[in-house]
Design a protein around this ligand. Structure first.
Ligand code: ATP
Length: 490
């Protein structure tokens, strides 16, 4: 818009100059007007993208949100304050002004807020915390006022209540005094507190504020005190049943092959958020379409999982000698994993994807939330097996094991910090030096055991590695066939 106006003004000036009109006073006036415009914009009085008004969005119901049953129930309970406001007033109950949704990114917080608006037939006004933060003093506070005014006027027009949704609330509502004296942040937060206090239960339009954050610990305590955001709803990562429900929601419009079992896919996607799962179903359908397949098959989902976890396949191909090293490395991981837990390897590849030069994919497992020391040690052995396999098979290690080592170190920390190491019960303030020494000694012991296991199986690793070099990828059936041959010979 601004560009078009500038273009038109320039064209008019040139035209007037050509026909002989004195354009200097016109240019002077335009410059003055432009200056005034930019000043007012910087003060927040004119805004082209002020608030994400969402009246034209398709209404969404709680049924299209998967894996968040308890969050939905808690939220619905809070929404009673809007739906049964008269009864609540009659009973003398203080109305609820704010609900805070807390959880990791992509778990459906925005969806929940939108569904809350549909459920209560309220006007929905959405904004993100970052939209309130400006360099200029007073602008954020003005935007807060604007958004509340917009909620009131939209509610009035629609004869309904209004829900204001503020995403990334931690940006707008961070603890005061933490922003190196940046008064603008504090003014904005103060304005929000003032507006929340000013919500009047007797107003024609009742306003409910739904905030979303993944850092509730960063919020100013004043926001959390009773009378403001006094309901907190946890919106966590979905469990297996929840993941299946989300997969069902996002595959409802996609033709699935018989072999695409959503139960299996849900099992293989531990730790995925709703947004990950949505992206996974989309990627799988794209892969199927690229192959001109009429239906989305199991293998499309398997590849899409790799893509969501590791990133896009890369065209760059490492040199032959590097591929050999990658192959030995991945086979080290895979053989140790299979020996420690039969059935744990799903596939292997030396095709680069994202930052990984090759990778081993584990078989789907049921969600697990508690681990014993022995189980964590086995995970560490699998992590270390890649680099150690290079060491034993090729005479030295390479730089390709940094992530494995980091993961192994974090696992060792888990053992110590959970009181499962020789140190026994420890507190969260365990001195760094002691923690370091204990992790180091733990890793040395596990490294020894892993080396022993690899040395006993190096022939097998080489056989699989040579085959993987030729074929680039290997599924479970192919991988396990090498173990069967070994057993037969034995
Ligand atoms: P952020 O904290 O990053 O803003 P969010 O928690 O608000 O994330 P949404 O924006 O609600 O996440 O979700 C993003 C997309 O992911 C949705 O549009 C939807 O397609 C999908 N999605 C996320 N969670 C769910 C869920 N529980 N059920 C169905 N789809 C989901």
């Amino acid at each position: 818009m601004r560009e078009i106006l500038t273009g038109m003004a320039l064209a008019t000036i040139i035209f007037l100059a050509i026909i002989g009109v004195n354009v200097i006073p016109i240019i002077f006036i335009l410059v003055m007007l432009g200056g005034l415009y930019f000043f007012m914009q910087s003060q927040g009085k004119i805004q082209f993208h002020k608030v994400r008004s969402t009246s034209n969005q398709v209404p969404i119901s709680f049924d299209s949100i998967g894996g968040q049953e308890s969050a939905i129930n808690e939220l619905k309970e809070a929404l009673e304050f809007l739906l049964r406001a008269d009864e609540i007033g009659h009973m003398g109950i203080r109305p609820l002004k704010g609900v805070l949704l807390v959880g990791p990114p992509g778990t459906g917080k925005t969806l929940l807020a939108r569904a809350a608006a549909s459920y209560t037939k309220s006007a929905f006004i959405a904004a993100s915390g970052s939209e309130f933060i400006e360099m200029y003093a007073g602008v954020g506070a003005k935007r807060v006022r604007q958004i509340f005014n917009e909620a009131r006027s939209r509610g009035k027009k629609q004869h309904s209540n209004a829900i204001i949704f503020v995403d990334e609330l931690e940006i707008l509502g961070a603890k005061r005094g933490n922003n190196n004296g940046h008064m603008e942040y504090e003014q904005t937060l103060n304005q929000l507190l003032v507006e929340m206090d000013g919500i009047n239960p007797d107003e024609e339009t009742r306003i409910l504020i739904i905030g979303a954050t993944n850092r509730a610990d960063m919020l100013d305590p004043a926001l959390m005190r009773p009378g403001r955001f006094d309901r907190q709803v946890q919106v966590g990562l979905p469990d297996k049943i929840g993941r299946k429900k989300i997969l069902e929601i996002h595959t409802i419009n996609k033709p699935l092959a018989q072999d695409a079992d959503l139960d299996d896919i849900a099992r293989a996607t531990f730790g995925f958020s709703g947004a990950h799962l949505e992206s996974l179903t989309n990627e799988a359908a794209i892969l199927a379409m690229r192959e001109n397949s009429q239906v989305v098959e199991r293998r499309h989902f398997a590849e899409a999982i790799d893509k969501v976890i590791m990133g896009e396949k890369l065209d760059r191909r490492p040199a032959e000698y590097e591929l050999e090293r990658i192959s030995v490395h991945e086979c080290g991981h895979a053989v140790v994993s299979e020996l420690l837990e039969a059935g744990s390897v799903s596939s292997l590849t030396v095709i680069s994807r994202g930052k990984a030069l090759g990778f081993m994919r584990k078989s789907p497992q049921d969600d697990q939330y508690l681990y014993t020391r022995e189980e964590i040690q086995k995970q560490i052995m699998v992590c270390l097996a890649g680099a150690l396999s290079e060491d034993i098979g090729l005479g030295m290690r390479s730089t390709g094991a940094r992530n494995d080592f980091n993961e192994a170190w974090n696992l060792a920390r888990e053992i110590v910090e959970n009181g499962l190491s020789g140190l026994g019960v420890v507190g969260s303030d365990i001195p760094g030096e002691i923690l370091y020494r204990e992790c180091k000694s733990l890793l040395e012991q596990v490294e020894k055991a892993t080396r022993q296991l690899l040395e006993q199986n190096m022939d097998l690793i080489w056989k699989i590695a040579r085959c993987l070099l030729q074929e680039e990828s290997m599924d479970r059936e192919r991988f396990i066939s090498f173990f069967e041959i070994k057993e037969q010979i034995a």
